[in-house]
Ligand binder design. Structure first.
Ligand SMILES: NC(=O)c1ccc[n+]([C@@H]2O[C@H](COP(=O)([O-])OP(=O)(O)OC[C@H]3O[C@@H](n4cnc5c(N)ncnc54)[C@H](O)[C@@H]3O)[C@@H](O)[C@H]2O)c1
Length: 291
């Protein structure tokens, strides 16, 4: 299966990173979003991140220029019609994702592989809402995409071998490494990571430590490069809460109960770095803990 043209739905934190790595690996990329602002910001961010790679001598100026030239943006889903692979990277809400697939599918070639970058939602269920469950799978990048080595590949119950093999080949061409996960809530990485982040929020909620002491303890005490609250802000607190809800609903175990403090931050619109405030306030020169 020859993949050359790739569609990316959702140009947020993940979508721009995914566009970056595909364009650099020589794929033609079409990015789409419901927000023109997100598309404009994504292009600027990709440009800035590629420039940083040039200044660190990881890529040449010519690589950067070619990669930027391979990326186009559109607000029309129908412009993804001639893509060979689509990666959906929109907001982590099942109703949003199923609506996207329903609107998108009539425009696609029968051979186009459909994938979702979802952190937690059932691939099998998303696939069942399309006309091609056998050509549907989970393509889960880590944040920040240009830096992180891993891609989780998740097979839905109906995913065929040809589709899985084609996505595996794409991961290799991107210079990344695939880990295969079965389709259970939150797959591997987030099944393990999110309960730890949620526990860090409980630790804060119960007053065992403050933001700084919790992050310091986990960085220096367990050799993690980032503290769990810093990492939660980086991922997005809405995404963290959505994943905890998927674990809680999908596995029906109270150990996955989202911390009420996490819910409160999301209700306040304090979503972490992307909204300027979360467990830290990013509006000044240095991040300042909010608790
Ligand atoms: N943030 C992370 O660390 C991380 C890591 C791996 C996977 N993911 C997953 O990636 C996906 C995107 O997360 P993100 O962090 O980039 O979120 P984000 O909030 O930064 O971006 C989401 C984007 O989707 C767009 N969008 C919303 N509805 C849309 C629609 N109907 N059509 C097209 N675009 C639409 C929004 O305008 C926004 O630009 C989620 O499924 C998330 O679980 C996130």
């Amino acid at each position: 299966m020859d993949i050359q043209r790739v569609g990316i739905v959702g140009a947020g934190q993940m979508g721009n990173g995914i566009a970056h790595v595909f364009a650099l690996a020589g794929y033609d990329v079409v990015m789409t979003d419901i927000s023109q602002d997100s598309l404009d910001k994504a292009r600027k961010l990709i440009d800035r991140n590629l420039t940083r790679q040039v200044s660190r001598e990881k890529i040449s100026q010519a690589d950067k220029d070619t990669a930027m030239g391979r990326i186009s943006s559109t607000m029309q889903l129908s412009d993804l019609g001639d893509t060979d692979l689509v990666i959906e990277a929109a907001t982590e809400r099942e109703t949003v994702k199923t609506a996207i697939f329903e609107d998108l599918v009539p425009h696609l070639k029968p051979t186009t592989i459909l994938t979702s970058n979802t952190s937690s939602i059932s691939i099998t269920r998303l696939a069942s809402r399309t006309d091609r469950p056998e050509k549907f799978m989970g393509f889960h990048f880590m944040n920040p995409v240009p830096v992180m080595q891993l891609v989780e590949l998740i097979r839905g119950i109906a995913t065929d071998k040809e589709t899985f093999d084609a996505c595996h080949t794409v991961v290799e061409r991107l210079g990344k490494t695939a880990a295969t996960a079965e389709d259970f809530p939150a797959f591997i990485v987030n099944r393990i990571l999110m309960p730890m982040i949620n526990e860090a929020v409980y630790t804060l909620y119960e007053g065992v430590g403050n933001v700084r002491s919790i992050d310091m303890a986990m960085k220096l005490g367990t050799n993690h490069p980032m503290g769990p609250l810093e990492l939660a802000d980086f991922i997005g607190l809405d995404t963290c809460l959505a994943i905890m809800n998927v674990l809680h609903d999908g596995l029906a175990d109270t150990k996955y109960r989202p911390c009420p403090l996490l819910t409160k931050y999301v209700e306040a619109g304090w979503l972490g770095r992307k909204s300027g405030r979360g467990f830290y306030d990013y509006r000044g020169d240095e991040p300042v803990p909010t608790r």
